[in-house]
Design a protein around this ligand. Structure first.
Ligand SMILES: Nc1nc2c(c(=O)[nH]1)N[C@H]1C(S)=C(S)[C@@H](COP(=O)(O)O)O[C@H]1N2
Ligand SMILES: [Mo]
Length: 512
């Protein structure tokens, strides 16, 4: 078999075939309206092998970019393997299978971890792998010359490149179509825009004047939806049609119940303003946001289902398999205002924040309460079931720790004179009663507090610092809750039950 410059053509054949395989797999996933594809399944498996603490950190640092990077890595590795397969196939017919078969096995195993029972979920991967290998055969066949010929003649080369080019174009079109179909599942997006939310039967208390100092660089009292932090493990956003969606209440209950989205909207809804935060938030971190949540009070639904003796936990399960364990007593207590939220700041939940329904429990970290894309509430016990993060060693109980942070000054060098220092502090369910600022090792100085709509939200604080002496300073903040508990200075990492410790920032006062 003459090789020479056809080695390079073999690379091209391998890469193009890999591209076609990936494209067809995407299209297949789109056609069967899966909320994932073989690529995201492989990424999901990689994710589950990585150390949990590392994943939490990367998710926090990169947000959605982390998922995209993982999937990109899968695509790159797949294409590299496809190129190698091209070389092997060029050397000898069928030899490319040395790569394609094991890759196929690994892919199908990855898919099996993500799809339910039934063969349909495997179809995109099988189609993609077959299409990839067949394309390779086709392209390599073009590179083969009658025995005796040495190098491919120019015309043959041109022919091959033309075919490769056409196949690549076709692959791109197919991949695009696959993506579009996946998005077409976004018929849901359209359904969402047409939802008419009823007004809440129990509106949130009005926000008093004075909650927001309106200082440049200071976190707003109310967080707009598009700047609300996002944390979840979903590689691909679950796309849920609210007309098909149901919520099941199962487990240790007298009556298992099923609700549709329309059922929920027909019930008396309550609206509540509360600050959600994440257990992996660092000292001074910004994984917190304050929004109006409207939905069905969870205690009314649980009461209808009738929790049985012995139950002490509710496992809230997401469409994407994620779950959170929340104390039953917190959810059945009407004063805790736990909601199955359908709306955030007056709008139906966005796909990123859990459309169509999520849970919101004031006072608990999102990790152990705020299940997005909710499909089931299983009444159970802490002995029998465990939430997603708790399985990875994070704390099962997630009361939010008192926290405060410095947002302003936003720069570390300031002009001498009066300097505004400001930030936010939270102690959900109790509320913040005092925030103090310390300059270097000096006295704690009480700051001015913004007003608040209730104990479940953060409060702004601000202090006018007479920074007349040039030099280097360290500013430190601490909060006290309405029960008189002072935020601890003991520094603890977020893992496993949320960070504690005081937020400090260095500030240099410039010489006149
Ligand atoms: N389905 C699902 N729900 C989830 C999560 C998740 O990974 N999957 N993450 C939880 C965590 S850790 C937090 S802090 C909140 C964040 O909610 P947000 O993304 O709307 O801010 O959602 C919770 N709900
Ligand atoms: Mo979180």
């Amino acid at each position: 078999m003459p090789l020479g410059s056809s080695i390079r053509l073999g690379w091209i054949a391998g890469g193009v075939a890999g591209l076609v395989g990936l494209a067809v797999a995407e299209l297949g996933a789109g056609l069967i309206a899966r909320d994932g594809s073989p690529v995201s399944d492989l990424a999901e498996v990689v994710l589950s092998i990585l150390p949990a603490a590392w994943v939490a950190q990367a998710t926090e640092a990169l947000g959605g970019g982390f998922r995209i990077a993982l999937m990109a890595a899968v695509v790159v590795v797949a294409l590299l393997l496809a190129v190698i397969a091209g070389q092997l196939e060029l050397k000898r017919k069928l030899r490319g299978l040395i790569i394609y078969l094991p890759v196929g096995v690994v892919t199908l195993l990855a898919v099996s971890t993500q799809v339910g029972p039934g063969a349909i979920g495997y179809v995109p991967a099988v189609l993609g792998l077959s299409a990839g290998y067949l394309t390779l055969r086709l392209l390599i066949a073009q590179l083969r010359r009658p025995p005796g010929a040495l190098e491919p003649v120019v015309a043959e080369r041109r022919n091959f490149l033309k075919t490769a080019g056409l196949v690549t174009l076709g692959g791109i079109v197919v991949a695009g179509a696959g993506r579009m179909l996946v998005q077409a599942t976004n018929k849901v997006a359209e359904v969402r825009t047409k939802i008419v939310l009823p007004p809440p039967a129990a509106p949130a208390p009005t926000v008093p004047p004075g909650t927001d100092f309106d200082i440049a660089g200071l976190t707003r009292y109310l967080t707009p939806n598009d700047s609300f932090y996002r944390i979840d493990t979903a590689l691909q956003l679950p796309v849920i049609d609210p007309e098909v969606w149901t919520l099941k209440i199962t487990g240790l209950v007298d009556r298992e119940l099923t609700f549709t989205y329309a059922d929920l909207l027909a019930r008396p809804l309550a609206e509540h303003l509360s600050t959600l935060t994440c257990m992996s938030n660092q000292i001074g971190g910004d994984l917190a946001g304050n929004a109006f949540w409207m939905g069905v009070p969870v205690h009314t639904l649980l009461k209808e289902a009738g929790p049985q003796r012995g139950a002490n936990m509710v496992l809230s399960v997401s469409q994407d398999g994620w779950s959170a364990a929340t104390p039953l007593s917190t959810l059945t207590n009407p004063d805790r205002n736990a909601l199955l939220a359908v709306a955030m700041n007056g709008e139906p939940l966005s796909p990123e924040h859990g459309f169509p329904v999520r849970m919101i429990v004031p006072g608990l970290y999102g990790d152990v309460s705020a299940t997005k894309w909710l499909t089931e509430l299983k009444v159970t016990t802490y002995d029998d079931d465990t939430g997603y993060w708790a399985q990875k060693g994070w704390s099962e109980r997630g009361p939010i720790k008192i926290a405060s942070r410095i947002d302003v000054p936003t720069r570390s060098v300031v002009e001498p004179g009066q300097v505004i220092v400001a930030g936010v502090a939270w102690a959900q369910t109790t509320g913040i009663s005092k925030v103090e600022l310390r300059i270097d090792d000096g006295m704690w100085r009480e700051t001015e507090l913004g007003t608040t709509a209730g104990p479940d939200t953060w409060r702004q604080w601000a202090y006018e610092w007479e920074a007349t002496e040039p030099g280097d300073y360290t500013l430190t903040v601490r909060a006290t809750d309405a029960d008189g508990r002072v935020q601890t200075s003991k520094e603890v990492q977020p893992f496993p039950s949320g960070a504690s410790g005081l937020h400090s920032v260095p500030v240099k006062v410039r010489p006149e």
